[in-house]
Design a protein around this ligand. Sequence first.
Ligand code: PGA
Length: 314
Amino acid sequence: MNPHVTFRQLQVFESVGRHLSYTRAAEELHLTQPAVSMQVKQLEHVLGHELFDHIGRRVYLTDAGEILLHYSRRIAAELGDAKQALDDLKGVDGGRLRIAVVTTVNYFATRLLAAFCRAHPRVNVTLEVTNRNSVIKLLEENATDIVLMGQPPDSLELTAAPFMDNPLVIIAPPSHPLVGRRRVRLEALREEAFVIRESGSGTRAAMERFFQEKGLAPRTRIEMSSNEAIKQSVEAGLGLGLVSAHTVELEIAAGRLELLDVESIPILKRWFVVHHKRKRLSSTARAFVDHVMNATREIDRTTRRRRRSRHGSR
Ligand code: PGA
């Protein structure tokens, strides 16, 4: 890359690229708008590529802009890691910790995090909650330290340790005719419509794989990008839902949703704590991984016990 590119230019470019707005980038970076466009112009000049298209009043990334945005984020992340590694040398118990979790994990991630922050009050934590495809992208771009997710992808070099069961269950409104029936055949689901997660969700991928293996293609009625929306739709009678058991504990306890007793369900998955193999973990990040492994052991035992007693009582 041209040696005249500066980190500041990349930082300004990244902010414009993220907001797709010079005004918002200027606000974020406490610069004037002309200063922001000047930095972007200089960068375009030294690189010999236009980075943005201006169509009407809107700003779009060009192909070159998309590529540079990806590398700008990686460079910023590497610099952050360098700072963290230097802080570690000084034995600092603090610094930053970037955690990303899939939406489904968020049901217990905040509790895990609260206990960790109590033990490490000087750590500055950012928690990103998004779906499976997006956390994979964060790992690719070195934009996170630790990820909590379902089955890690084979396509990346990752270090992954399973820490807890993730049973996927079928939920129904209490008035549904299959509620209370024992060992319902999978075949019976052919007649049912499902409310499903968006593509990119790990839950959705697991559901599709499961039904495909069983030679079934249940009807899907509506697609929704959050577990909360799915639960509410199921409760309102829009269809059945297939979700992680962790997401419905409260609704089941309150009698607002019911679990269906269907053969081969729950689908048993595991949660994993994951980081990129080439990433050097700070002592804070290592402490967080240990915390996840230790703190979830008890939750895992209780969930297994509950599951066994539910099956036993049928
Ligand atoms: P998601 O996560 O459905 O919230 O994407 C589940 C998973 O990673 O398996």
